[in-house]
Ligand binder design. Structure first.
Ligand SMILES: Nc1nc2c(ncn2[C@@H]2O[C@H](COP(=O)(O)OP(=O)(O)O)[C@@H](O)[C@H]2O)c(=O)[nH]1
Ligand SMILES: [Mg+2]
Length: 372
């Protein structure tokens, strides 16, 4: 009898335990679909259409903050330029006596911030005249004059808008060129993200086929921003990748196609021939709206000389000045526009996905001169 009671107790316990085990996963299973759907609904829907051929586990697509006013938000990144330029120039100009020696030092400071010799001399000359005209010379007045002079050299009225809109039945085509390591692929990704954030559809073309890693790097950006990537194997003909990317962009009616290119080949002439060919091949189907030359702000004159070679081969429509964060060489904006004859349209202020800003002359000059 006791055995029977014991057996019943064991049986009841076993049923209870089994029930509990069955219930737990059910509860979890019910909770699961609610979690992701709350965070990814709008973007995931967009991603599902634009990245249709991608592998099943849908990448998490992030929606970036708006691009307008970014330079103001990122101005702290220009702190080193501010120390080099704004602070030291203002310290010099607040001396009791402004003699030749002080003015020479101001000029040297501007040159060491990469403004360029010619513009530095001009700025000092004009500033000197204006300060002489001023009877009282308060720090505020001097700062306002310095800002005015710098702004004039940065060019407040240069056309800096990017052409990223469809033209009739063609997407906007943007080619990104420049020396290896300057930040081309990163810029393609960041720019794609800006455009997607502004509600446009984007397709990326991986025409840097020199290294497989470069293609993968662009594909990672594509997955992240929700842009399809047209790619081929390492060593494939870059022009054919660009051609197919534009073809796909036309077929899929995207707003913009961004073509990443190689910054090196075995020989420099080979690279330049290749770039010219990429552009010509694209132009069989669509106009190239922008050729953005990416320039690393930390490389100074040397980088500029290399950039000039690119500018001779493809008609550059805008400069992307990268790595302005953490360099004291903010003055290079003035020099680069002067030497290449093309406006700076975008600036890179860090490695993060939202560290690309449309270039705004006033905000830039304010940031490198500083408020304090
Ligand atoms: N600090 C900083 N690093 C950047 C910026 N833009 C790109 N980089 C870094 O520069 C390196 C080279 O960039 P990549 O896009 O691969 O250059 P590419 O060879 O021209 O395609 C990477 O480590 C990027 O994260 C920028 O604006 N600021
Ligand atoms: Mg690259």
């Amino acid at each position: 009898m006791e055995y029977v009671i014991l057996a019943i107790v064991v049986l009841v316990l076993a049923v209870l335990a089994g029930g509990a085990l069955l219930l737990r996963p059910r509860r979890r299973a019910r909770a699961r679909p609610e979690e992701p759907s709350a965070t990814t609904t709008p973007q995931a829907a967009a991603g599902a259409t634009t990245t249709a051929p991608a592998a099943p586990p849908a990448p998490e697509i992030e929606l970036p903050p708006p691009s307008a006013g970014r330079l103001v938000r990122l101005r702290a990144r220009l702190a080193r330029s501010q120390t080099a330029l704004g602070k030291s120039v203002l310290t010099l100009l607040s001396r009791d006596v402004l003699d030749d020696e002080v003015w020479d030092e101001v000029e040297d400071t501007l040159i060491s911030a990469d403004v360029g010799v010619g513009p530095a001399r001009q700025i000092v000359e004009d500033l000197r005249t204006k300060v002489k005209v001023l009877r009282s010379r308060t720090p505020e007045e001097v700062k306002a004059l310095l800002k005015e002079e710098l702004l004039r050299h940065v060019g407040p009225d240069l056309p800096r808008a990017l052409r990223t809109e469809r033209d009739d039945d063609r997407p906007a085509v943007i080619m990104v060129v420049g020396v290896n390591g300057t930040g081309k692929t990163t810029t393609c990704g960041k720019l794609g993200r800006v455009l997607v954030g502004d509600g446009r559809s984007v397709l990326l073309g991986a025409a840097d086929t020199f290294r497989a890693a470069a293609v993968d790097q662009l594909a990672t950006w594509g997955a992240r921003v929700g842009a399809e990537v047209v790619r081929k194997q390492e060593g494939a003909d870059p022009a054919s990748v660009a051609f197919e990317a534009v073809r796909a962009g036309i077929d899929k009616k995207v707003n913009a196609v961004i073509i990443d290119t190689a910054g090196r080949l075995h020989t420099k002439t080979g690279l330049m021939d290749e770039l010219g060919k990429v552009k010509r091949v694209i132009e069989k189907q669509a106009e190239v709206d922008e050729v953005l030359l990416v320039l690393d702000a930390t490389t100074g004159q040397n980088g500029m000389r290399q950039a000039q070679v690119f500018a001779e081969v493809v008609d550059v429509t805008g400069i992307v000045l990268t790595k302005l964060d953490g360099t004291a060489k903010g003055g290079i904006v003035v020099a680069v526009q002067r030497e290449l004859g093309v406006p700076v349209k975008l600036v890179g202020l860090g490695e993060g996905p939202d560290d690309l800003a449309p270039f705004e002359p006033e905000a830039f000059v304010d940031a490198i001169i500083g408020d304090g």
